[in-house]
Design a protein around this ligand. Structure first.
Ligand code: CA
Length: 224
């Protein structure tokens, strides 16, 4: 899951970035409206955290620009405590949720999880492929009812694969969404982590769910 944070207050931005990174999200930060609009339009993000008071363009203008460009990425607006009308305007402009500053980081993380679930169209939040299940709320992963322990990176990789089950994911896509890294220097790391994940998910099972697509990347799917 890759998240864009548009926030001009360096301290707040770094606080949010750190908290999201600890939850294994890939995070990009920018500090002005036009850059936020530009990055948001690239449509590689799963969620955008958008401050309203920004240099260059307001967050509301950025949001309108994104929705006009048919970018449907969920947007969590950050509003100042006193500006009640900003919330209304923000929701009218297509924001999915808002958070009033100052906020507790746990609340931000809870809103982020909720929006990512909604964005993925998962009413229950539970992701399931064959007998493999992942619960984004509890971060619990099971296969055939057996609990599987994953590291934070393995979990992030599996969640991305499961949210895109049946779709071939290229190494550049995986590195952008899970590692937030330039792909060129990164291909070995993806393959190494994919092996770790396979050892935990597929090893010793009659059906392998993670498949290599030669020359393309990887796909997670139930065997037909
Ligand atoms: Ca601001």
């Amino acid at each position: 899951m890759r998240i864009l944070v548009v926030e001009d207050e360096a301290k707040v931005a770094s606080f949010i970035r750190k908290a999201l990174a600890e939850e294994s999200y890939a995070v990009d930060v920018c500090s002005d409206g036009p850059t936020g609009l530009d990055l948001g339009q690239s449509d590689v993000y799963d969620l955008i955290v958008l401050d309203i008071m920004l240099p260059g363009m307001t967050g509301l203008e950025v949001l309108k620009g994104l929705r006009n460009a048919r970018i449907k990425t969920p947007v969590l607006l950050l509003t100042a405590l006193s500006k009640v009308d900003q919330k209304v305007k923000g929701l009218d402009a297509g924001a999915d949720d808002y958070l009033t500053k100052p906020f507790a980081i746990d609340e931000l993380l809870a809103r982020v999880r909720a929006l990512l679930r909604r964005g993925a169209g998962e009413a229950s939040g539970l992701l399931q492929v064959d007998d493999l299940a992942l619960n984004p709320s509890t971060r619990e992963v099971t296969r055939g009812g057996q609990r599987i322990e994953l590291t934070a990176k393995e979990y992030a990789l599996l969640e991305y694969l499961m949210r895109n089950a049946g779709r071939v994911l290229t190494r550049p896509m995986i590195s952008e969404h899970v590692w937030n890294q330039d792909f060129d220097t990164f291909t070995n790391v993806i393959d190494v982590y994919m092996n770790y994940l396979r050892n935990k998910i597929d090893r010793g099972r009659t059906r392998a769910l993670i498949q290599t697509v030669r020359g393309s990347g990887y796909v997670l799917k139930a065997e037909s």
